[in-house]
Design a protein. Structure first.
Length: 344
C-alpha cells in the first residue's frame, strides 16, 4: 500500500524522518507492505517543493545539506505555502513538523485543521496543537474517519503514548511521572560533571535537543506541555498550560548541584500527572533525588516515565527523549500505526 506524505517543516525532525525513509524505505516496504512516498515538503526558511509522483529522499537530503534550501531541487512545483501544499500535493498523510508554539499552537493548528478537513491523516511531533487543542482535533479526526498520530510529542520515538494509550489503557493509570525534557536533563547531567550552564545549553542546542527558543525547555514550559498531553490524552483530563504547577531549572546553580552531590543526591526536572478523587493535577519541578532512585541514573537527553497502575503497579519506560532520528522514528511509528489501521 502506498502513502503519499506531505511534510510541513523541514528542520531536525523532518530531515531525520527523510533519512530513515532513505535508509530503510525498501526494507519497510518488504517488512510491512507500506510504501511511504514523500510528495511535498514545505518549510518557512528552506522553501518548498512538490512532485506528486515522489521526491527522492537522498536527493532531498543532499540538496538541503549543500544549499540550506530545498527550492533548488528539480520538481514540477515550487514555492507553495503550507496550506497550498496540504490542499494540492495529493498527499494522504500530512506530517506536521513546524516549530512548537505552546501559547497558540499555531501555525501547526491551522495546518492540522486544514489537513483533517481535507480528509487526510495527520502525524505530528508538535506539542503546541496537541497540548492546547487535542479535544477539538480528535473530534474533527473522528468525524472525518482520520487518524492523529502524536507519539513524538512525548519522549520522541520512545513509545510512551502508545504504551499509555493502548498497552496500559486497561491497567488503570493513576500517575505518570518522570523526566520528560531532554535538554534540561542533558544540562543537569553536564553541570554535575563541572560544565557551566551556558556551555551545557550550547551543547544541547548543537545536538538538536533544544527547542528553537530554548527558554521553553529551561523554564519548564516544554515539560509542562508534555504533562498536559499526558493528562489529556491518557487520563481524559481537560488541563491547560496554566493548570500546571511549573518551575524550570534556571534557578539552579552549580552550587546547588554540588551540594546535592555531596549528599549523594541529584537534581532532576520531574514532570508529574496524577489522578486523585476524579481530579487530575500536573506539575513540573526540579527535584532532589537520592542517587539510588531509579530516575537519578537517567542521564543526558534520555527520558524516563513511570506509569503507576492499579493492575500492574509501576511500569517504567526509559529511552531517548529528543533528537533528530529519535523523533523521526516517532513519525515512522505513527505512519505504521495508520497502515495497520487503514492499510487493508
Ligand atoms: N526540546 C525537547 C526536549 C525536544 O529537550 O526534550 C523533545 O520534545
Amino acid at each position: 500500500m502506498q502513502y503519499k506524505l506531505a511534510i510541513i517543516g523541514f528542520g531536525n525532525v523532518g530531515q531525520g524522518l527523510v533519512q530513515i525513509l532513505r535508509d530503510k524505505g525498501t526494507e519497510l516496504s518488504k517488512q510491512f507492505g507500506a510504501d511511504f512516498r514523500i510528495v511535498a515538503i514545505c518549510d518557512l526558511l528552506k522553501g518548498s517543493v512538490c512532485n506528486p509522483s515522489g521526491l527522492d529522499p537522498a536527493t532531498l537530503l543532499d540538496v538541503v545539506a549543500a544549499t540550506g534550501k530545498i527550492e533548488t531541487m528539480s520538481a514540477p512545483h515550487h514555492g507553495w505555502d503550507a496550506l497550498r501544499t496540504i490542499a494540492e500535493s495529493g498527499a494522504d498523510v500530512v506530517v506536521e513538523l513546524s516549530y512548537t508554539d505552546l501559547k497558540t499552537g499555531e501555525p501547526a493548528l491551522t495546518h492540522l485543521r486544514a489537513a483533517l478537513n481535507a480528509g487526510k491523516h495527520v502525524v505530528t511531533t508538535n506539542k503546541g496543537p496537541i497540548a492546547l487543542h487535542y479535544a477539538e482535533l480528535k473530534k474533527l479526526a473522528d468525524a472525518k474517519g482520520m487518524e492523529i498520530g502524536a507519539e513524538g510529542t512525548v519522549m520522541s520515538g520512545t513509545p510512551s503514548m502508545r504504551l499509555g494509550l493502548e498497552l496500559l489503557a486497561a491497567a488503570g493509570v493513576s500517575r505518570v511521572q518522570g523526566i520528560i525534557n531532554g535538554t534540561t536533563n542533558y544540562i543537569l547531567t553536564q553541570m554535575e560533571s563541572g560544565m557551566t550552564y551556558a556551555d551545557a545549553l550550547n551543547e544541547a542546542q548543537a545536538k538538536g535537543y533544544a527547542e528553537a527558543d530554548p527558554t521553553g525547555d529551561v523554564e519548564g514550559y516544554d515539560a509542562a506541555g508534555k504533562a498536559v498531553i499526558l493528562a489529556n490524552l491518557l487520563m481524559g483530563a481537560t488541563l491547560t498550560m496554566n493548570d500546571v504547577d511549573r518551575t524550570g531549572i534556571t534557578g539552579l546553580t552549580l552550587q546547588d548541584i554540588e551540594s546535592a552531590k555531596a549528599k549523594d543526591e541529584r537534581w532532576k526536572l520531574i514532570g508529574k500527572v496524577e489522578k486523585s478523587g476524579g481530579k487530575v493535577s500536573a506539575s513540573v519541578k526540579p527535584t532532589r533525588l537520592p542517587v539510588t532512585h531509579p530516575l537519578a541514573s537517567v542521564g543526558g537527553a534520555t527520558n524516563a516515565l513511570t506509569f503507576t497502575t492499579d493492575l500492574l503497579g509501576d511500569v517504567t519506560l526509559i529511552g531517548p527523549g529528543a533528537g533528530r532520528l529519535e523523533t523521526g522514528y516517532a513519525v515512522l511509528g505513527d505512519l505504521l500505526a495508520i497502515h495497520r489501521r487503514f492499510g487493508k
